[in-house]
Design a protein around this ligand. Structure first.
Ligand code: NAG
Ligand code: NAG
Ligand code: NAG
Length: 262
């Protein structure tokens, strides 16, 4: 129990990272679902008034936070989420979710009235789950390899025996006689995973599993029917025997009576 708990804790701490993005950066800010995200300023902003607005309709009514001397004056940006704080002009999102994706504008108003603004695009992606690779061989001699995984904005890359294959799709066609190990690597902006399997046509195996299942089902139905028939037969034959006995007794009785009468 303790072990499982410890393991879960370890996984959680391993999965949840702290990401720092800056309003000074030109590249988008990528964060994985559940990460702790800090949107930093590039300078001391304690004396400035600042406004962080999420651009949705590009109007003044878009949700925003206004901070004056390090204190939040008004804020409807995060619907009062306890996961979000604005401290010293840094937006701290404790557990980032998909709705935090978007374009943000930071506007600084210095004490002399000069305004400067910066934009930052935030993109939140689900990290990649486990990668599965499967093979289907067709009768035409083509071996089709499939790669599947969960996550956002997945990019697929294939390598055969360590050498890259030119394909960015989630499946790839090879000659049936191709030998060796195939690797599918999946990545997005926040994570990457890969899986390697041996190239073997699995048709016989995958078909036989289904075949055996159907066969078992058929047997079960057959035995079920046989059992039911057996019970039915015993029931009706027992009844017939009894009927016969009763008839015989009546017949004998009647005979005895007629014998007495005459
Ligand atoms: C993020 O920035 C803060 C403040 O500058 C710093 O203390 C922290 O170590 C940074 N974290 C990462 C993961 O870079
Ligand atoms: C946020 O909380 C304040 C006070 O608790 C409340 O007046 C306001 O309506 C809330 N805003 C939202 C969007 O829930
Ligand atoms: C904000 O920044 C000022 C100056 O850099 C610092 O003295 C203060 O402790 C900071 N406040 C918080 C809540 O971090």
């Amino acid at each position: 129990m303790m072990l499982i708990f410890g393991l879960m804790l370890l996984l959680q701490t391993a999965a949840c990272l702290e990401i720092n993005c800056s309003f000074n950066q030109t590249d988008p800010c990528y964060a994985a679902l559940g990460d702790k995200l800090n949107l930093l300023m590039d300078r001391n902003t304690t004396k400035d008034e600042l406004k962080i607005q999420k651009r949705i309709n590009n109007t003044q009514y878009d949700p925003m936070c206004r901070v004056k001397q390090g204190r939040i004056k008004e804020c409807d940006l995060y619907n009062n989420s306890s996961e979000v704080k604005v401290i010293n002009g840094t937006v701290l999102i404790n557990r980032v979710n998909r709705s935090d994706s978007g374009n943000y504008t930071l506007t600084l108003t210095e004490s002399d009235g000069t305004e400067t603004s910066r934009d930052l695009q935030v993109i939140v992606e689900a990290p990649i789950g486990s990668v599965e690779v499967s093979i289907i061989c067709s009768s035409s001699g083509v071996m089709r390899v499939f790669c599947s995984s969960k996550g956002d904005q997945l990019l697929y890359n294939w390598t055969l025996n360590g050498g890259p294959l030119m394909d960015g799709n989630s499946s790839i066609d090879l000659d049936e006689r191709t030998d060796g190990d195939i690797s599918c690597s999946v990545k997005n902006h926040v994570s990457h995973t890969q899986k390697t399997i041996r190239l073997v046509c699995p048709t016989v195996c995958s078909v036989s599993v289904v075949f055996v299942l159907v066969w078992c089902l058929q047997l079960m139905v057959l035995f079920g029917l046989l059992g039911a028939f057996h019970i039915y037969m015993r029931h009706t034959s027992g009844k017939k025997e009894e009927d016969e006995k009763v008839r015989m007794r009546r017949f004998r009785e009647r005979h005895e009576h007629t014998a007495e009468d005459s």
